[in-house]
Design a protein around this ligand. Structure first.
Ligand SMILES: N[C@@H](CCC(=O)N[C@@H](CSS)C(=O)NCC(=O)O)C(=O)O
Length: 293
């Protein structure tokens, strides 16, 4: 049991190198403990032999798709979080190369800026099941709600409802347990972006709800939890709960300030919105409607 736990630990590596280690030595013992504790919240380098993890990027919509699999399970069951239609072939080729068995195509919400790859993937691999939240009102094979667990091999994701960007947004968090990845990993969709958050001006968006969702469902996770969002527009790849609690320029503020910021974002509507939203309500394949979901 101990061996399995160690095997699945994400190794904490300092994002800083030697000069900071020197400065540790110059400080009293209590100060270095404090710095080490704070560093734990910001460390993002990880390794876990059991968990296959790939962050994949679709550059037109700046979308991240995540591939996860249990490499130690005989079938190597895998899932994709937020696949994009344009990069579905790339992702499926990688899955084949790695000898994984894709079982789920999962969405964090009904996206407005790109078409999901779920439907397309299902036409190519009919055994794959699509998953989305019940609250999204979209078509899929399986619907999840807060507290549900999605198992792939011996690893699972826990579902946390995080409405606010859209009504049906959820965050998927790796399980809390001795044989689960450590630190935990949160796939936050558009609820929490790195140093930002999803807009709240359409699709049932609400800045009031988003603030509550992030503070109650994400900022209550351990501070070293890794944060992987559905988009990044600034070149960031990963953050942590502790880092976003401290430095997120929107969500580290009080609720009234946050609501004011969100009201004044003045973003133009996503270019693909009129195509993407109706398509994503039916798994990304409008022409074949719900049969493909
Ligand atoms: N320019 C892009 C859309 C950019 C955008 O609005 N992104 C959304 C997430 S996708 S609906 C968002 O919430 N952004 C928050 C922010 O602060 O940027 C396009 O035309 O597709």
């Amino acid at each position: 049991m101990m061996l399995r736990f160690r095997c699945c630990r994400f190794f904490i590596v300092s994002p800083f190198d030697t000069p900071l280690i020197h400065s540790f030595k110059a400080k009293p013992h209590w100060a270095s403990s404090l710095i080490r504790a704070q560093m734990g919240s910001y460390s993002t380098t990880s390794s876990c032999p059991k968990l296959v993890f790939r962050q994949l990027f679709e550059k037109e919509s700046s979308t991240y798709t995540y591939l996860l699999a249990d490499a130690l399970h005989p079938q190597k069951p895998a899932l994709l979080i937020d696949p994009v239609d344009k990069t579905a072939d790339r992702d499926l080729a990688l899955i084949k190369e790695l000898g994984l068995t894709l079982i789920y195509a999962i969405n964090t919400h009904v996206h407005a800026d790109h078409v999901t790859g779920s439907g397309l993937i299902k036409t190519k691999l009919p055994g794959v099941k699509s998953i989305i939240s019940k609250a999204s009102n979209a078509k899929a094979d399986l619907f999840v709600e807060s507290g549900d667990k999605i198992h792939f091999g011996d690893i699972f994701l826990e579902v946390r409802a995080t409405p606010g960007h859209t009504l049906g947004c959820v965050t998927y968090v790796t399980g809390n347990g001795p044989n689960q990845p450590h630190p935990r990993v949160a796939f936050t969709g558009d609820a929490l972006l790195i140093r930002g958050c999803g807009r709240t001006d359409f699709q049932g968006g609400s800045s009031d709800k988003l603030y509550d969702s992030v503070h109650s469902q994400i900022f209550t996770l351990p501070k070293d939890t890794l944060v992987y969002p559905a988009h990044d527009y600034k070149g960031f790849t990963v953050s942590t709960v502790g880092e976003e609690m401290q430095y997120n320029p929107r969500l580290s503020k009080d609720k009234e300030t946050f609501k004011n910021i969100m009201q004044n974002l003045s973003l133009s509507y996503p270019k693909m919105m009129d195509v993407a939203v109706p398509a994503n309500m039916v798994c990304g394949l409008q022409e074949t409607k719900s049969e493909a979901c």
